[in-house]
Design a protein around this ligand. Sequence first.
Ligand SMILES: NC(=O)C1=CN([C@@H]2O[C@H](COP(=O)(O)OP(=O)(O)OC[C@H]3O[C@@H](n4cnc5c(N)ncnc54)[C@H](OP(=O)(O)O)[C@@H]3O)[C@@H](O)[C@H]2O)C=CC1
Ligand SMILES: O=C([O-])CC(=O)C(=O)O
Length: 276
Amino acid sequence: MSAAGVSNLQSKRVAIAGLGEIGRTVANKLAQGLPGLSLAAITTRDQAKARAWLDREGIVCPLVALDDLPDHADLVVECAPADILDQICRPMLTAGKQVMVLSASALLPRPDLVDLARAHGGQIIVPTGALIGFDAVSAAAEGTISSVQMVTRKPPNGLAGAPYLVANRISVEGLTSALCVFKGSARDAAAAFPANVNVVAALSLAGIGPDRTTIEIWADPAVTRNCHQIRVEADSASFTMSIENVPSENPRTGRITALSVIAALRKLTSPLQVGT
Ligand SMILES: NC(=O)C1=CN([C@@H]2O[C@H](COP(=O)(O)OP(=O)(O)OC[C@H]3O[C@@H](n4cnc5c(N)ncnc54)[C@H](OP(=O)(O)O)[C@@H]3O)[C@@H](O)[C@H]2O)C=CC1
Ligand SMILES: O=C([O-])CC(=O)C(=O)O
């Protein structure tokens, strides 16, 4: 249980857009206190559900409309469905403010949002999220990277319902062995699996872009975690990285994702920053 104060003038005011798996964990942490940051506002779809949750947690925070976020916050953590990315980002970036974007798949086809940030002095921050090693990837990208290849294996229910599976009538129900359901670029994967592989979209932005970053996606009944393996070849280093994410209550989202957001938020005001 936590009792949260609403924003104070010295703090960076943080709002949360989307009070789901990620949003609730981040809201709770901000309410408990992160140095130099305050929980300033929340926007969600089901206000009654959100209010009941806030009351249960003892968090005092206004629920506001999407368009009003710039009046309440210096930074919005976007952890909502991909299709409202624009509605969250546009007002904040036009006001020269920051948005931490979790729906990285939805950002790939929207370079105009980066242009908007540039034009108004705003900033889009994509945290490492459910992945690993963006410090090494972005360092290598200062030199020359020749390839970034990723292989994702998820329990079938972590992929069920993805638009690509539905459109191609690929069933992942009742699988008894691993099935490769997709092979292609990060750009195509983000469009095909918008709520399942934000990780590869973010990886591509850290490295060599969505057309040269490749991914294989497997529905694997033998795994219980969301498993990602990455191989990078660069003129400075070759490296492989892997992570096995414990799914949260939302089987598509690893538990580490919200913790990555909290770590990224903490870094914003910390007097000691470690890592690239
Ligand atoms: N970059 C990364 O590494 C990762 C990114 N993600 C992405 O992060 C995002 C959030 O993930 P997660 O927290 O698991 O998702 P959830 O589905 O758990 O939560 C999303 C929340 O958004 C809310 N919502 C729906 N419509 C609106 C609206 N119009 N305005 C405001 N809020 C709305 C819903 O609230 P309500 O309950 O009121 O309907 C829901 O609770 C997703 O896009 C996901 O794909 C996920 C994992 C890793
Ligand atoms: O990228 C995503 O959307 C989620 C993911 O793979 C994970 O949590 O492991």
